[in-house]
Design a protein around this ligand. Structure first.
Ligand code: ATP
Ligand code: MG
Length: 287
């Protein structure tokens, strides 16, 4: 089986400087040096979001990236989706380099994230038909498919025609997933596809992911905090912490790699053993 996504030594750092650009302009000295009050030696502190990560996803695989808040999951997804430029390493999508051949790579990928952007004044139907036109799809066919997908995801008929800004986050997430499904990409990048969904919608989205993978052979790379989801859905899982992959294997092998502690190990136990930390659910942290 061939490789769909190849990530080699991917590296991404962000400057920690939170000062807006205009402030730097105002405080700029006549010699052009930008003073940095945070740091005595003048060098800006930075955060390494993705720290020399390597892995590959096979064509037709469902691959999961599991990690706590801030571990670098979204950054990694955005690097693969050509939305960010890496500071080091190589990323290939079906043989195309995401930096040098970003146009070709973009055509093969679709990304769904929780911050998906829509025309808020327009309805899901209008947004999706607009999106589909960009992919050269026929309007009538699209409308039928939109109704089919959104109904399956449990969105009420009337919600399909009302402005996006009146919808809850979970509902908007479903529309974002529907948009990705419409274009039938070869590779689907799903950044926390089920976060914020109620249990029924969560199962429905998981079923759709599985179906898409089995029937269309779509390669799926997804991130999640949900260990049960990773266990049930993914052929292989990479556990990431502090921008580094700390383990990568099938859920079964990961669980077998740690000692039984009176009960069958879960992926939660694996994470705890490898990092000494608990994988805290986003909702818990915010609450
Ligand atoms: N645009 C940015 N500018 C500065 N720092 C960033 C930026 N994006 C991410 N970071 C930092 O990089 C690190 C990794 O963030 P990232 O969003 O990739 O984590 P994550 O694993 O997706 O977290 P979560 O589970 O909360 O979505 C964090 O420390 C974050 O603060
Ligand atoms: Mg994230």
């Amino acid at each position: 089986m061939s490789t769909a996504i190849l990530v080699q030594d991917a590296y991404k750092k962000f400057s920690k400087d939170k000062k807006p650009v205009w402030k730097n302009l105002i405080t700029r000295k006549s010699n052009g040096v930008v003073p940095d009050k945070d740091n005595a030696n003048g060098s800006k502190s930075s955060i390494i979001a993705v720290d020399r990560v390597s892995f590959s996803v096979r064509e037709g695989e469902i691959f999961g990236i599991l990690g706590p808040n801030g571990s670098g999951k979204s950054t990694l997804i955005r690097l693969i989706a050509t939305l960010l430029l890496p500071d080091g390493g190589t990323i290939m999508v079906l043989g195309y380099d995401v930096v040098r051949q970003s146009m070709q790579a973009q055509k093969l990928i679709n990304r769904v994230s929780v911050e998906a952007s829509f025309f808020k004044k327009l309805s899901p139907m209008e947004n999706l038909v607009y999106g589909a036109r960009l992919y050269g799809m026929d309007g009538k066919q699209t409308r039928l498919k939109v109704v089919e997908i959104l109904t399956r995801l449990g969105l009420e008929q009337r919600a399909i025609y009302k402005p996006m800004e009146e919808m809850s986050r979970g509902m908007q997430q479903k529309v974002a997933i529907a948009r990705a499904l419409l274009s039938q990409p070869r590779i689907l990048l799903l950044d926390e596809p089920t976060t914020g969904l109620d249990p029924r919608s969560k199962r429905e989205v998981q079923a759709i992911i599985r179906e898409l993978n089995q029937e269309k052979g779509t390669t799926i790379l997804l991130t999640t905090h949900d260990m049960v989801e990773a266990d049930n859905l993914c052929e292989r899982v990479a556990i990431i912490d502090g921008g580094k992959i700390v383990a990568l294997d099938t859920p079964e092998a990961l669980k077998q790699s740690i000692a039984h502690n009176g009960h069958e190990p879960t992926l939660e136990d694996v994470f705890l053993e490898l990092t000494g930390k608990k994988l805290v659910e986003k909702d818990e942290q915010m609450g």
